[in-house]
Ligand binder design. Sequence first.
Ligand code: CAA
Length: 260
Amino acid sequence: MQFNNLLIETTDGIATLTINRPQVLNALNSDVVRELECALYELDLDTTVKVVILTGAGEKAFVAGADIKEMAELSSFEAHDFARKGQRLILMINRMRKPVIAAVNGYALGGGLELALACDFIYASEKAKFGFPEVGLGVIPGFGGTQNLARLIGPNKANELVFSGRIISAAKACEWGIVNELSAPEELLAKVLATAREIAGKGAVGVAYAKDAIASGLNMTKEDGFRYEASIFGVLFATSDQREGMGAFLEKRTAEFKGK
Ligand code: CAA
């Protein structure tokens, strides 16, 4: 499928998906949201892809939010519909079988931060900036930000960030647990790629179920989560990746996983 606002490059099982509207700091209009959903759906089905990296074109922004020019004229019904479509994209990233890593190369604001938070974890440039400026526009985050941020860093810090509309530094975002790792801007993609390669070298079935166990477990009681984890642990003993992984350890060789 052809995309007007996205670039996709796949090497050695790692797909890098770049949102490509640098003239508006990669703002998310409805076309971009739809293209992202289609592209990620295809990448999830593609068995040659093991890990997806999501980033923004240019040096200035990951994504500076939903497209304010498009949003400004929306009716209440259209705004609700836009939020639901954005949330569908966010939930889809959570449900994808393969890991999605956000490489935040600049501003991650509003819908951009929501997109990064939907990813399994975030690496960022030391120059990146994070925030939810929505209250300054008379609205609130609408792509799951109020929900995902509070779950990630707790309600108190989420309240401060969302109520103030303040833009925080990458260092602060790292200290608050939004970002896993910081690097110099020119080293960011190499750092993310190195981690993506590490993950891609593991059993893809195990990685997919680990993602599912962690994400699903967050919506369960701890006991239900434990039960779910044990069920998955058992199911994995029916896979060739389990036989290969444990066999390779015992034979003192590198495992060659097939992802099944
Ligand atoms: N939507 C549409 N266009 C945007 C945009 C956005 N979110 N962010 C930046 N742009 C455009 C600017 O309008 C500008 O276009 P022109 O050259 O045609 O004027 C271009 O990108 C470059 O931006 P600036 O000149 O503003 O760059 P700057 O360096 O001076 O400032 C910035 C950078 C602080 C990020 C500033 O652009 C900004 O504040 N952007 C808006 C951020 C924002 O409020 N995001 C939240 C949107 S609401 C949302 O996301 C709701 C939701 O949860 C779904």
